[in-house]
Design a binder for this molecule. Structure first.
Ligand code: ADP
Ligand code: ZN
Length: 435
């Protein structure tokens, strides 16, 4: 079985990738300057003309694009083609405010299918596989992205969508699904449901999972792999840039290759906007260089990550990005300590807890408080109150010594935290109620 969906580009030498990027960037800049008012105005204001952009070395001269720009031009102000050429619309799930809408031409959908197909090949799937898509279908990009990717590789595509978990298990069993695509929190939930139905991974045929759309940790990866008997891979994407498949994990399971023939990635200092060298952590910024309908320049994702050009054992030459720690918006500041929910998740899973947790943030007497609520396992639950308190204390100490975070820890009953069929809600910020 071929390992790469598009070997010439996935393993191209860096110089070839650069040439492609230079040409496509110049093209895109000209198109947006001529067709998108916001870019024409921004570039004029910055004193940059399309002819000033001669290679990706000039990228830094271009203005950033912010989520707010997409809201201000809602719904169709950022389209670079007439709406008659737009064949599909999608919208962000609106996790962080008013939704935005994006469009795709027929060629854009082809590119999207290609990048999702690359991901599927990278996890060992081909036309003999049964790809079970349990991301939500609809305006959310998760379902349709993997759907068209699975069809592109000629796999038998099963568009289950999310929800109705017992039925997911029936389909996994009866249809013989071999590749599962959903959010990591839903994968965990499906794994727990399998167990509750008295089944084991041997009763289903999954070999790989493609899990993304939210941050998740290595601890959660191990847990999902065990519960579902598969290898779990990370996939990254966002509606504004394309949807799932902007970056994809290979067999090395150590970060995601960015599809550099479609997107140019930069890491910047979120405060100053300065471009940081490869290897430094900062905000991830993408420029779309093949999109026709909705090409955005230097889009500020607010996701925090690191890039690496180290040679990958899979043979792909695309740059790799780390699992993003989370969005700057999700970072909690608890009495001076900055912490991402994913860092707390790492500690919880290292201490043997599952990723069923919730973080309750509040402000009491002008002081921020954090209550880490995590489910205990059935055997801990049947333990004495004294032992449960001891476990809470141990976890509290672990959070303190590993993250410098002082938080209250509450072990809650098994199954008491609401499960998610899409993106999990990890943080409940009660401070917002007082504002
Ligand atoms: P919304 O912004 O409404 O949640 P999207 O579905 O477009 O809608 O979400 C994209 C965001 O999801 C990314 O900017 C990132 O924060 C998060 N995300 C997507 N994939 C991953 C991943 N593999 N790891 C961590 N975060 C991810
Ligand atoms: Zn690789």
């Amino acid at each position: 079985m071929a390992k790469y969906f598009q070997p010439e580009i996935e393993t191209a030498p860096l110089e070839t990738i650069r040439e492609i990027q230079n040409e496509r960037l110049i093209n895109t800049v000209n198109r947006v300057y001529n067709n998108v008012e916001l870019y024409r105005e921004r570039m004029n204001a910055a004193g940059v003309k399309p002819e000033d952009i001669r290679s990706i070395d000039d990228l830094h001269k271009l203005p950033f694009t912010y989520k707010q720009d997409l809201r201000d031009t809602y719904p169709y102000g950022m389209m670079a083609v007439p709406m008659s050429e737009v064949v599909e619309l999608h919208a962000s799930s609106g996790t962080t405010g008013k939704q935005i809408v994006v469009g795709y031409t027929e060629n854009d959908l082809k590119s999207w299918a290609d990048i999702c197909a690359r991901q599927l090949y990278a996890v060992g799937a081909d036309e003999n596989d049964y790809v079970h898509v349990a991301y939500g279908y609809g305006l959310f990009t998760g379902g349709f992205g993997l759907h068209i990717g699975a069809k592109r590789i000629g796999a038998t595509t099963i568009p289950v969508s999310s929800g109705n978990t017992p039925r997911q298990i029936t389909i996994l069993k009866d249809f013989g699904s071999t590749v599962l695509c959903c959010t990591p929190s839903y994968a965990l939930y499906i794994g727990e449901t399998l167990e509750q139905m008295g089944l084991t991974p041997d009763d289903i045929s999954l070999k790989a999972g493609i899990f993304g759309a939210e941050p998740w940790t290595e601890g959660m990866r191990k847990d999902i792999e065990k519960k579902l008997g598969l290898k779990a891979y990370d996939i990254y994407g966002l509606t504004e840039v394309m949807g799932p498949g902007v970056a994809f994990e290979c067999e090395e399971q150590s970060g995601m290759h960015v599809n550099e023939d479609h997107f140019i990635v930069e890491i910047i200092d979120p405060d100053t906007g300065e471009v940081l060298p490869v290897g430094e952590e900062g905000e991830i910024v993408f420029t779309c260089i093949t999109k026709e309908a909705f090409p955005i320049l230097r889009y500020r994702t607010r996701d925090i990550g690191v890039l690496s050009r180290e040679k990958c054992s899979c043979g792909r030459t695309f740059i790799k990005m780390s699992k993003p720690r989370g969005r700057t918006d999700d970072m909690l500041i608890i009495r001076g300590v900055n912490v991402f929910p994913s860092q707390i998740e790492t500690v919880l899973t290292q201490q043997g807890y599952s990723a069923n947790y919730q973080l309750i943030v509040d402000r009491v007497n002008n002081t921020d408080t954090l209550d880490v609520r995590v489910e205990m396992s059935a055997d801990v639950f049947s333990d004495t109150v004294r032992n449960i308190s001891k476990k809470e204390y141990e976890l509290k100490e672990a959070l303190k010594s590993l993250l410098g975070l002082s938080a209250k820890v509450t072990l809650v009953e098994p199954q008491s935290i609401e499960r998610s069929t899409g993106k999990a809600v990890r943080v409940i910020d009660k401070r917002k109620l007082h504002d």
